[in-house]
Design a protein around this ligand. Structure first.
Ligand code: NDP
Length: 343
């Protein structure tokens, strides 16, 4: 296969850095758009990825600045739009989460529409655009989050508004590229960037006594390297179409604690009390009112509810095979210790 040029927005991000690493490893060229050149260049691990010296280029761009991504996508065939704020905490949900997700996505798509070289955009959406409050039903690509708002799970709202805006843009503008969307659930794994990602933070919190008890929570977990690969498979396969849910396995907090127990070191503080039954969840939803708004909203909508999903489409159509998330959790713990996010 001849060398291809990919653009990745938000190259300094957890998933984006892995996507860049995999593309560089197979000989492709990568142009990363970042909001701070200094931050990207200060990341030695990113800058010294095999192939980076001659095939990684970095360009500054900001989601909220119109026209900002023109240079980033010029001459590029495939764009991975991954930049979007990922945080349960915020000061102003509209300004800090929804605007960058929605206006940012439109800015990137508009830049791609102006660049005739662009043939496909792979957008990193989220399961947050699929559901806001799992109700036990098996979720598929046909499901949409219709319940989040600026006050209820605003990060979820930002992702669903961002993805809706992208599909509406495609319908309205009929640009010269097609759009494929990846909807990952909770992405964990070793990091190529020094910051602690919001999803890996759950593992840090489980090991450092932040969780007061084992709660009736569960997550569809997936390895960050699989999510990065999903984008590449979606880019490579001309028949890829629509949305793709991306999650390996449902892991409950109790299972997570069981997996973490043999990995814990002296001084780690795993929760020992258990409230993972209906009364515990009922009480937990009241306790949620004492939490910051993002965490409170999440607890009220997720405690006691199981996330079920069918991710057959991504396996059937683009051939993604998942790693074992138990192994991923073990590798994540080792990596979190290496980055000093854990003692
Ligand atoms: P990170 O927080 O690691 O990365 C987010 C990236 O977005 C960073 O590069 C960040 O830049 C960039 N960004 C944020 N705001 C702006 C802005 N105003 N202008 C330009 N860039 C900006 O998150 P992840 O890697 O986890 O997330 C990547 C994508 O995947 C996001 O779209 C997220 O919603 C989605 N996702 C993540 C999941 C997860 O569990 N991690 C699950 C499902 C979806 P900077 O480094 O400068 O802050």
């Amino acid at each position: 296969m001849t060398e291809r040029l990919f653009a990745i927005t938000g190259l300094t991000g957890f998933i984006a850095a892995h996507a860049a690493a995999q593309l560089l490893a197979r000989g492709d060229r990568v142009r990363g758009a970042v909001r701070s050149l200094a931050k990207a260049e200060g990341n030695a691990r990113l800058m010294s990825l095999p192939g980076a010296a001659d095939r990684l280029e970095i360009i500054e761009a900001d989601l909220l600045t119109e026209g900002s991504y023109g240079k980033a996508v010029a001459g590029v065939e495939t764009v991975f739009h991954m930049a979007s704020p990922y945080s349960l905490e915020y000061k102003d949900a509209q300004r800090d989460l929804v605007d960058p997700a929605m206006k940012g996505t439109l800015n990137v798509l508009a830049a791609c529409a102006r660049s005739p070289s662009v043939k496909r955009v792979v957008l990193t959406s989220s399961m947050a655009a699929v559901t806001d409050e799992p109700d036990g039903r098996v979720l598929t690509e046909a499901d949409w989050n219709t319940r989040s708002s600026l006050t209820r799970n605003p990060y979820y709202f930002s992702k669903s508004e961002g993805e809706r805006a992208a599909w509406a843009f495609m319908e309205r503008e009929k640009p010269g590229f097609d759009l494929v969307v990846i909807n990952p659930f909770l992405v964990i794994g070793p990091s190529l960037t020094p910051g602690l990602n919001t999803s890996n933070q759950i593992i840090v919190e489980a090991l450092t006594g932040v969780f007061p008890a084992i709660m009736q929570l569960n997550w569809g977990m997936v390895d960050v390297r699989d999510v990065a690969l999903a984008h590449i498979l979606a880019a490579d396969n001309p028949a890829a179409k629509g949305r793709y849910l991306c999650a390996a396995e449902n892991i409950s907090m109790r299972q997570l604690i069981d997996i973490l127990t043999p990995l814990a070191k002296p001084g780690d503080k795993l929760p020992t009390r258990a409230i993972d039954f209906w009364l515990g969840s009922f009480i937990g939803r009241f306790f949620a009112f004492t939490q910051p708004p993002g965490a409170a909203s999440y607890m009220r909508t997720h405690l006691g509810r199981r996330v079920n999903f069918d991710t057959g489409k991504i396996q059937r159509e683009i051939g993604l095979r998942y790693r074992d998330v138990r192994q991923t959790i073990a590798e994540t713990v080792a990596d979190l210790r290496e980055w000093k996010h854990l003692p």
